[in-house]
Design a protein. Sequence first.
Length: 404
Amino acid sequence: MNTSSYQPSPIILERYAQVLVHFALNSGEGVKPGEVVDCVVPDVAKALAQALQKEILKAGAHPMLRLLPTGFEKDFFELANQEQLTFFPKAFSQARVKLIDHQIGVIADVDPYDLKDIDSAKIMAARNAKKAYREWLTKKETQGKFTWTMGLWGVEAKAAVVGLSLEEYWQQIINACYLDKSDPISEWRQLHQLQTKIKNQLNSFSMESLTVKGKNIDLYVKLGADRIWQGGSGRNIPSFEFFTSPDWRGTEGRIFFNEPVYRYGKVMRNITLVFKQGLIIEAHAEEGNELLQEMLKTPNANKIGEYSLTDKRMSRITHTMAETLFDENIGGPFGNTHLAVGMSYQDCFRGDAATLSKKEWATRGFNDSAEHTDIVSTTDRVVTARLTDGSEKIIYAHGEFTLD
């Protein structure tokens, strides 16, 4: 498969690397001299890896580059036995977590359907075996000792899926990340100020719950006074969303997602989820249902971990991209709402997350799972918050926040 018919100019890749290294990491402050930055980049994005190394070195930090070979996954899942699927190098992984201060991940799926014929149970088993590694990084993050960010490398296959040329696909990435500007970091810092204002407005309300209503959406989401909204942290580039992690025990209702989900080398389309007393009691995808059902078998994946909204006025993404990093931030006529099944985000706790034990997280209704998959809807909806004083306020309508 030809993935190199178009490649952005060196200046665009330099700007992309600058945004990821000097803005996204350290929550908007960029890396510091002496810090260790783990860069995980597919081999087709070698040019971006080189640009990242240059910027990390310029910052006086230490790059650890890992070029991932593309096209190897299918062989692994076809040939690996159960022991090989679940192999986890614990000591090696612990040492890596202890060493690194930041991580940059780049997504470049040269074949979004690469694993379509692989038993989803195998994919889940391999994923579940690595849960401890993610938990160690999350703990380090809540202690303020680790940050991460993600970026996207455009490939022919993803562009073809959404009906764009590779150059048009890249133009979406360039616009979304402000790489069309001479000083994209300045643009991101200005946006960060606006995001901070909206986030502070959201968090000035003590929200007990949300009611989400629209075509094919009638959902009740319990929050609680100990929840806050997050957004604009640099964890994803681009990131235009505002999200929170609900108390999973209070989710009720039905939601349909009109956007496809490309996950684990497969695709799921037209997903419907039905919640009762916090649990998903019905789930169906018109395409990819086998993967959806296998995902939901993962412990606690049948519970909500995240609820999110994107304001159409803020997003610079104008076309679906067949990639969650972008699709969960799309604008369009109605913005988007999405939720994630599985793992919750501990930084959505209104307090010092580092002080809570695993049992205390559970008693507060923060979900813990090896799974975290975002599912997106771009249809019109109205979101009404019920505040802890009993009053109600519409916080989002027709793709926009209504906070003033």
